[in-house]
Design a protein around this ligand. Sequence first.
Ligand SMILES: [Zn+2]
Length: 654
Amino acid sequence: MEKTSKKSFYITTPIYYVNDVPHIGHAYTTIIADALARFQKLAGKDVFFLTGTDEHGQKIEKAAAEKGLTPKALADSVVGRAQDLWKALNISHDFFIRTTMDFHEKGVQKLFQALVEKGDIYKGEYKGWYCVSDENFLADDVPVDSDGAKVCPDCGKKALVVSEETYFFRLSAYQDRLLALYAEHPEFVRPQSRLNEVASFVRGGLKDLSITRTTVKWGVPVPGDPVHTIYVWFDALFNYVTGIGYDWNPALFEKFWPADIHLVGKDILRFHAVYWPAFLMAADFPLPRTVYGHGWWLKDDTKMSKSKGNVLDPQAILKVFGPDPLRYFLLREIPIGQDGNFSHEGFLHRINSDLANDLGNLIQRTLTMIRNYFEGMIEGPEDETAEDLKVRTDFENLKARVFDLYDTCALNKALEEIWAYIGAVNKYLAASEPWIMAKDPARRPRLARVLLQAAAAIRGVSYLLFPVMPGSSEKIWGFLGEEKTPAALPFARLAFDGFRTGRKVEMPQALFPRVALKEFLGEEAAPPPAPPAARREPTKEGKQTMDIITYDEFKRMDLRVAHILKAERVPGATKLLKLEVDIGAEKRQMVAGIAETYAPEDLVGKKLIVIVNLKPAVIRGVESQAMLLAAVTGDNLALIPFFDRDVPAGAVVK
Ligand SMILES: [Zn+2]
């Protein structure tokens, strides 16, 4: 795709049907738009990002009647579902348009009138299959059954052929101009394969389009002829111009029209790639640069839909994970034009391996070592070796490639490249063995250099992730002692040396907690695990409940020798102690239900076994980042183990 060169950038999502409960599909479109909008802002563009709701039509009218509401009251009562979801997903749209807004209705009428005067809209007779029970014409693509009749897809009743007076848009007159548009500006429809579909549809011949109904009342009335209501597409598509000021804020409209990207699901691509440019040509508006038809998220290989009962509610995922893991997964898993299959297993695997392991551990290890070895502030690094230099130059190359990939909407490729770099930095860190250097004061300048490169890489990577994971990116910058948010730094000024010596880093908080599948499928936020002493209590019958786990499951547990550095009581909790333990590469804080058996002073200096890769839990307001093992019989409790010889903190237990 050609790169953007103008100073402004205008991106839209479709307006979503207000009475639909927003699902992963809606979330996906809006997340793509948000990532692209955020990137273009970093790239120095003036960005306008529009989303909203389609609130007119027969279905709303009917749903409202069933509830004893006016259509507008129904729309008002449900529009918050989309608005709340965009808030929960950290969507940064500039305006949320509703087609019931006064300026939109006036704008649509004005455009309708202008096209009537031009002769592109004329009155005629529409003949079509009509469902008497639903008082609605069937869509043209409903197939004819074996008796040569059509059956209403909504209610299953036989439809009748009915004709009524209607206004037509002279679509047939635009066939040649549309074909010329596709030929001269192949970037008008993305991806390329969809351009071919659209062009061949247009080559097949275009019929004039009926754009009003007398059978639908809830909508924008035809100016001067109010028995006719302007029908779906003519009303809905023009939100893209009324939403940025057409007829009410000319300066805004001038600044942002034409749109750079209309992002749409592939099912509505034809309306956007055929009707929409024809309407705009008729109205003498410059044409948008690109209509981008993205793929669908399928569940069990079928499209999510309410009628199939396979709709995934993003709110359930957001409750457990917050927005960034979902944003990351949807953008990372597939290229924008293709379909993806959503599975909870796939989601968790990606989140645990890419976010918790690769990125989370890199941050956790690096910053913990800077805290432990340099009291949070790196000083006196030695000069860069070839390996250190490679971390720097690889970043500069990555930065340039990621810019181009974001700029051409290749979000999944950008994330792939970023993760390849994260993997390389993790390897660099492991190969440098900073925890061994830390034991030798003579190697301190070398240690400082390694941690400095890692911290600079983390800063750069988290900036590059800002369009996709804005919340996490801001948090990571906070840990690094940055005063500004990544949003305040233009992409062109991002440099590896943005992280320098003498800056104090914070103790990192867990960004991406691990969640087990079972816990997740409960669809409730996981309750914090009970303090260890309360776990595995005998049942009433006196038997232990026993779950068999596989060896692979056992291997997933990271058990380590922990050296207790500090111990204190948790205020207000008689059973709980707060411990600070050294597990080799880092220190952890943990909460344990052992205060009735052990006094804090008995524990300091002892070594025990802890699980270090358990999802952190907050117990009595204190974060517990590990869990210890203890033998429990009734009220009696004994910490295990006592080692028969000295072992270092951090030694692996297996
Ligand atoms: Zn029907």
